[in-house]
Design a protein around this ligand. Structure first.
Ligand SMILES: *[C@@H]1O[C@H](CO)[C@@H](O)[C@H](O)[C@H]1NC(C)=O
Length: 298
């Protein structure tokens, strides 16, 4: 189901309700992987059945408008909330140039399995949306008994297959040659916090994580997937989410396009929409994608 949300339908967010929650949540550190990385985790455990876990974007961090909005929503809904930073970003240690999809996925998996016990709504923004899908895929493959712990996925402008489809394929031959020969290309950032170094290691490693390259078979029972994407996104085109919706082909992925939304989707009205989707995700159940005929034969 695809809906385009006109701005007029969105009421104005009460900015004074937005507390700086992520900033006030206590941070602790966990050690992940080899070579080991020190990963900053902020968790508020409210003994709820369903919690929310936020996966930030590339070069982004938990202490952000989205992280705060999620933490604030979790407080009002009495849900456990878990935020973290990838190695090389935010409050976590390490060099972002060492980062790869494998590393950040391993860190995401460790936070999911070691820091949370409840069923989780995974909220992934940009690269975090890609990592949320990879996390789900890995749980299904390696820890199928844990699969029901993934309650729902909320993907904000998901940058699936980011390294290949959104970086490598869009680089000129000259930039591709530079990455291959020198190992890094410093890509300018549109957000004044750049440049973002794009390493050969990041690109090569990403090729091992292409979502649909291995004919991914979805389970019959699966969590509902909500996708939110701005039509004015210049980093990840909204057509990328339309294509993802088609590839997930469960007839139940809900894609909402925000007519005047940009890549960050961090305006007050965007965050309000995110909270409405969190509410929908919280009250949703796993979807049985089998047809009635299939069910009758079992
Ligand atoms: C939050 O949920 C927990 C666990 O169900 C419950 O014990 C607690 O009383 C709730 N707190 C509020 C403020 O509703």
């Amino acid at each position: 189901m695809i809906t385009v949300l006109p701005l007029s339908l969105l009421s104005v967010w009460l900015t004074n309700s937005l507390n700086d929650c992520a900033a006030t949540m206590p941070i602790h550190y966990m050690t992940v992987g080899d070579p080991s990385r020190r990963i900053a985790v902020a968790r508020e455990d409210r003994s709820s059945e369903v919690g929310v876990l936020f996966l930030p974007g590339f070069h982004s961090k938990m202490a952000s408008n989205k992280g705060n909005a999620i933490a604030n929503w979790a407080r009002t809904r009495n849900c456990s909330c878990t935020l973290f930073d990838y190695s090389g970003s935010g409050a976590s240690g390490g060099d972002i140039q060492e980062g790869t999809i494998s590393r950040w996925l391993e860190e995401s998996m460790c936070v999911f399995s070691e820091q949370t016990q409840e069923r989780q709504i995974l909220v992934g923004s940009s690269m975090g949306g890609y990592l949320a899908l990879l996390l789900w895929k890995q749980v299904l493959k390696e820890y199928p008994q844990e699969a029901t712990r993934i309650h729902a996925l909320i993907l904000i402008a998901p940058a699936w297959d980011m390294t290949e489809k959104l970086l490598w394929n869009r680089f000129s031959q000259g930039i591709q040659n530079q990455i291959w020969s020198s190992g890094v290309y410093n890509r300018p950032s549109a957000y004044g916090d750049g440049p973002y170094p794009i390493t050969r290691q990041l690109i090569e490693n990403g090729r091992k994580h292409l979502l649909f390259a291995d004919g991914w078979q979805f389970p019959e029972q699966r969590p509902p997937i909500f996708i939110l994407h701005g039509i004015r996104d210049e980093d990840v085109p909204h057509t990328h989410s339309i294509q993802l919706t088609e590839l997930l082909h469960d007839g139940n992925t809900r894609l909402q396009l925000v007519e005047d939304g940009d890549h960050r989707l961090s305006r007050p009205e965007d965050l309000e929409l995110l909270c409405a989707i969190l509410d929908a995700a919280l009250s949703s159940d796993h979807v049985d994608t089998r047809t009635n005929d299939d069910k009758n034969t079992i």
